[in-house]
Design a protein around this ligand. Structure first.
Ligand code: PAF
Length: 281
């Protein structure tokens, strides 16, 4: 596996790969890798001739300076994990390399970047879109792999690709969970074993909400779920919303055939976790 830190070297290597007629799969990450990232990497490995991963803690997608500062950084371990998983090239740029000039692009995603995560993390999706667009321009992948845990991010990336006609296939990959059901996340590294156990209330509540949907209206389901999560020690819900899985707009009534997803964000000891589950698919 090659470890490359500059845009020019990455482009030069990938131009040769493309000239040889090989397909490129891409897994963008912010590092602190776990089995979830490795599952994306493995999907890419199976479906492409050459797999590229990036590790870049993107400062402009953090709307909270403390969250950025505390974001786990485990570069050496990440490189070892990627090498073992069969990655061919890991791109690890510095902030200067990625953002030489002040970044001023403002994307318009309509309602999509203003609801759920967008409401509580203003500017977050603009930062994600800017970095993903830059990374796509550098790597020019045939396929790019994104986890369904960040369901709204996936929707934003799909819209970005449509808006710019980027010739890349976006491949969604299922959320990887601990045996306890807790969704894998780099942020879990900041939790003790006991806190991780408490945080499994998110998974349990999402599952039970799907069951409750046969007896309760969407709003009642949301209220019930918020109560369940807030009752767990140290947990505090930021939002629990039942939305249309395509538009991500709130669902007020159940409609037959509509794909519906429940999305949640909650804090435990200052660590913000998100998760989601299809209610009707
Ligand atoms: O999901 C992430 O890790 C990040 O948001 C991404 C897509 C790598 C962009 O920084």
């Amino acid at each position: 596996m090659e470890t490359v830190r500059t845009i020019s070297e990455t482009k030069a290597i990938l131009e040769k790969i493309k000239a040889d007629g090989k397909t490129i799969g891409f897994v963008p990450t912010m590092g602190a890798l776990h089995a979830g990232h490795i599952s994306l990497q493995e999907c890419s490995y199976k479906e492409n001739d050459f797999t590229v991963c990036s590790i870049f803690v993107n400062p402009i997608q953090f709307n909270n300076a403390e969250d950025l500062e505390k974001y786990p950084r485990t570069e050496e371990r990440d490189i070892e994990m990627l090498e073992k998983a069969g990655c061919h090239l890991v791109f690890i740029p510095s902030v200067n390399e990625m953002y030489g000039e002040k970044e001023e692009t403002v994307y318009d995603f309509g309602h999509l970047d203003k609801i759920l995560e967008g409401e509580f993390r203003p500017g977050h999706f603009n930062g994600v879109a800017i970095v993903v667009k830059k990374l796509f321009d550098i790597v020019t992948p045939h396929r790019a792999y994104f986890g369904e845990k960040d369901y709204q991010q996936l929707a934003i990336v799909k819209q970005l690709v449509r808006m710019h006609d980027i010739p890349v296939e976006i491949v969604p990959c299922p959320t990887m969970r601990e045996l306890s059901g807790l969704a894998m996340s780099s942020r879990n590294e900041r939790l003790s074993l006991e806190e991780k156990e408490i945080a499994t209330v998110l998974y349990r509540t999402l599952k039970q909400t799907a069951e409750k949907a046969s007896e309760l209206a969407p709003k009642e389901c949301e209220n019930w779920a918020i109560q369940q999560i807030n009752a767990a020690p140290g947990m505090s819900v930021e939002y629990f919303s039942i939305v249309d899985a395509e538009t991500m707009l709130p669902v007020k009534k159940w409609h037959e055939g509509q794909q519906v997803i429940a999305c949640v964000a909650a804090f435990i000891v200052g660590v913000r976790l998100i998760d989601n589950m299809m209610i009707f698919s």
